[in-house]
Design a protein around this ligand. Structure first.
Ligand SMILES: C[S@@+](CC[C@H](N)C(=O)[O-])C[C@H]1O[C@@H](n2cnc3c(N)ncnc32)[C@H](O)[C@@H]1O
Length: 281
């Protein structure tokens, strides 16, 4: 990816920072089993210094901050300044004095080597054009005995909540066919690809588990509203469309959702993969 492509990606993420902040509670609630698994793998201890990469509007790193206590600290980072601004306000809202925030590209961390006891990253590495660089940089900033706990989305065929909108955008000609492994939510959904990237970054897998999540909505329309907040491809496309074209796109997307009834609403299953890795000798 060229420097201007990185800038374009940053701009896209900046443009949805407000939407991500709006969806923060719903997202955090849905992926709570992932967050719990990450905390269990990381086992943050009082006094530790932890780095969060690709933190978005702030959730996981702020939970870690509560575990490392006053003698520890968490540096919550993202490469999109608007996301960092959202996590900074969230940390202030929660009154967390041991949190700092910074704009950091996960592929070029730009912090001293060996400076963290642990790194966490929820749904970030697969968005980097070269995840292997993200893993290599993670290894570099870890101190001896350090570890990284991170999550990626699992098998795309089991995550219709995250694939349906893109399929509709492609079907209706708003998006050119998507490269299966281009940076995106499912770029590392195949275990072999993920392990090869880890290995390339000289990180050694310690543990891995698949974690089920369930997205709950009052209706497919509520799912669509969430996606409009989270996806820059969607928001940018919708800006230029008339109401009937938006409706057609939404209906086509909803036709790809694998839902089941739950109470008065619908539920959509998904699966994430959670891993713990350590610097290879
Ligand atoms: C899917 S969101 C996840 C946010 C958060 N970790 C969560 O789980 O709620 C991905 C985040 O990764 C950030 N991101 C994408 N590429 C990045 C990169 N190369 N370095 C750092 N952050 C990046 C985006 O700005 C966005 O905030």
């Amino acid at each position: 990816m060229t420097a201007s492509e990185v800038e374009e990606s940053r701009r896209r993420w900046d443009s949805v920072a407000v939407g991500w902040a709006r969806q923060r509670d719903r997202f955090a609630e849905t992926v709570a089993p992932v967050t719990d698994a990450l905390l269990a793998l990381l086992e943050p201890r009082a006094g530790e210094r932890i780095l969060e990469l690709a933190a978005g509007p702030g959730d996981l790193g702020l939970r870690v901050a509560q575990r490392v206590g006053d003698t520890g600290s968490v540096l919550v980072t993202d490469f999109a300044p608007e996301m960092v601004a959202a996590s900074r306000s969230r940390a202030a809202e929660l009154g967390l004095a041991n949190v700092e925030t910074a704009v950091v590209d996960g592929q070029a961390i730009g912090l001293p080597s060996g400076s963290f006891d642990g790194v966490v990253c929820r749904f970030g590495y697969m968005l980097m054009p070269e995840p292997v660089h993200g893993f290599a940089e993670t290894r570099r900033v870890l101190c001896e005995g350090g570890r990284v706990a991170f999550a990626v989305w699992g098998d795309r065929r089991l995550n219709s909540w995250g694939t349906a909108a893109t399929r509709a955008l492609v079907d209706l000609g708003y998006l050119e066919g998507v490269e299966p492994y281009a940076p995106g939510p499912f770029a590392l959904d195949e275990p072999e690809r993920l392990l090869a990237a880890l290995d390339g970054g000289r990180l050694e897998l310690d543990r891995v588990e698949d974690v089920a999540v369930v997205w709950r909505f009052s209706s497919p329309g509520a799912w669509w509203e969430m996606m409009c907040d989270l996806s820059s491809h969607l928001t940018e496309t919708l800006d230029d469309l008339a109401d009937d074209a938006i409706e057609a796109l939404r209906d086509r997307a909803a036709s790809y959702l694998v839902t089941h009834k739950e109470g008065d609403g619908i539920a959509i299953d998904g699966v994430a993969r959670v891993l713990l890795a350590r610097p290879a000798p």
